[in-house]
Design a protein around this ligand. Structure first.
Ligand code: ZN
Ligand code: ZN
Length: 253
């Protein structure tokens, strides 16, 4: 299982590095912001879930942004730049990668009836929304469209989803490992795309998502270890990267 996923992940990296986004006009980025809404979504985008506690994410609504003049000014300034092709590709890709996380956890929640999957799937939904605010902000095409759970525009993500669902259906322990794999992949992709952007709005969203992913990884790790009595081994991160992230996370809980 691990090898197959690894092959897919390598393909994901390669694809996301070369795929040209269809019909993206960077010059259409003169933006009239729904500023207050954008601020509130950005701020609420890291729904953090620890272990199996019933933490529900703040609901992202269109009406929550009143009285944030300072933030409005900040976001207006943040959005007043054009994005490079690689930044657009990154946002497009991350939008569907967050959907992949959400969709897999929704299905694993149905399969294994364990709170961690339903809790974190709700957090992933806010991550999807946070990336969508960037798509709206800069005015380009949303790859998600009306796609249902388990359906992806990007074929590499579609294949990765299908593979992960096969693995996650084997046992609860395998399902928790799938959760760990998704969060590790998410962390690596976010770090990669953070390196490729200097746009403050994009950085703010990615850093929020990254903090969420680290917490999620920590939750899957502790649940896996409790469930199996075994030590979680990182699947895509190096041992060193993994140890650093886990200590970061336990320090901030
Ligand atoms: Zn996420
Ligand atoms: Zn996550």
């Amino acid at each position: 299982m691990k090898k197959n996923i690894l092959v897919l992940v390598v393909a994901v990296f390669v694809m996301s590095a070369c795929a040209a986004p269809a019909a993206v006009d960077i010059n259409q980025t003169e933006v009239d912001l729904p500023q207050a809404e954008t601020v509130s979504v950005l701020e609420e985008s890291t729904g953090l879930v620890t272990d199996e506690s019933e933490v529900s994410d703040p609901v992202v609504t269109e009406e929550t942004g009143s009285g944030e003049e300072t933030h409005q000014a900040t976001i207006a300034a943040l959005s007043d730049t054009e994005l490079s092709t690689s930044e657009l590709e990154g946002i497009t890709f991350m939008r569907e990668e967050e959907k992949l996380a959400r969709d897999v956890y929704i299905q694993l929640a149905d399969l294994w009836n364990m709170n961690i999957f339903s809790n974190i799937s709700r957090s992933e939904d806010t991550h999807m929304e946070a990336v969508k605010t960037l798509i709206d902000l800069f005015g380009f095409e949303d790859p998600v469209q009306d796609n249902e759970v388990g359906i992806f525009t990007d074929q590499v993500l579609q294949d990765l989803h299908d593979e992960l669902m096969v693995s996650g259906s084997i046992s609860l322990a395998d399902a928790l490992l799938v959760g760990g794999a998704i969060e590790e992949i998410d962390i690596l992709d976010l770090q990669k795309y953070l390196d490729q952007t200097s746009n403050s709005a994009v950085i703010e969203v990615y850093e929020n998502l990254l903090r969420g992913s680290i917490k999620h990884l920590n939750s899957f790790v502790s649940n896996y270890e409790r469930q199996t009595g075994e030590t979680y081994q990182p699947q895509f991160l190096t041992q060193e990267e993994y140890q650093e992230l886990i200590s970061l996370s336990s320090g901030s809980n």
